[in-house]
Design a binder for this molecule. Sequence first.
Ligand SMILES: C[S@@+](CC[C@H](N)C(=O)[O-])C[C@H]1O[C@@H](n2cnc3c(N)ncnc32)[C@H](O)[C@@H]1O
Length: 292
Amino acid sequence: MPWIQTHLVVDRSQAPLVELLFENLGALSITLGDAGDEPMLEPAPGETPLWSATRGIGLFAGDTNIDDLRSALDQALNRDTGRHLQLEVLEDKDWERAWLERFKPMRFGSRLWICPSGHRVDAADAVVVDLDPGLAFGTGTHATTALCLRWLDGADLSGKTLIDFGCGSGVLAIAALELGAARAIGIDHDPQALLASRQNAERNGVSGRLAVYSSDALPPSPKPLVIANILANVLVELEPVISGWVAPGGELVLSGILREQAEEVMTAYSDKMQFDAPMQQEGWVLLHAHRR
Ligand SMILES: C[S@@+](CC[C@H](N)C(=O)[O-])C[C@H]1O[C@@H](n2cnc3c(N)ncnc32)[C@H](O)[C@@H]1O
């Protein structure tokens, strides 16, 4: 059976009404997204900010009466919605298969792989992290994660304990453990991320070596490696905390930084850290430093 997907762009104040209308009109799923160019990077847990121009997307059964839908929207929004409502017919397909086709194993550096369900990696020297996209950030598809995974692949982690600050799905901590790190501590302020990290660690057989903490728990003692893929403003604001977690002579890896923000982040850490040249990918940079 085909489906009908409707798109309607409204301003922020009307978005909750569109969501409610789509729901009352029988939408099977509703998505609110950015209709302009207004990225929302990392809202705090529990916050659901909307865009000044918000695109409401409703998925309806193929036999939905579109004229009824249009007139209900016109009435509720008090405007001629018909001119703005875009319709798209989605042919039915094997969605599980489509998902598997989209998410394929990805290699980072020379031997580190992220492998979603339904796939396998055959390379003889492969170090494989089994991971599917979930509610927490971190699959390797975003450049900030990819940079960290590439860095981890090239690092000597054997026997080290690391802190993964902003652990999200736990992808970095789990990759580090698979690559030879002894223990990892994952920290995040989002309960969903803590749960995802625990579940992913379990799935990869490293849960005995990954401890996961909420960021309001007691701060850990300094460790030889700290990796933090958070946004630049958080990295700058939390410099004293993050620097304090790096043992003397230890290493710090910072990601989540746009190229034009790199200077500001390095300046914030320069008293305690000696930086190498940044790694770059798609406008994002990774900064690596040793503690002085
Ligand atoms: C960009 S994601 C990185 C996830 C994963 N480490 C990766 O590399 O893909 C950033 C993570 O940091 C967490 N985060 C953001 N600000 C934080 C803060 N102030 N304290 C603790 N965690 C924070 C978010 O909840 C999110 O899970």
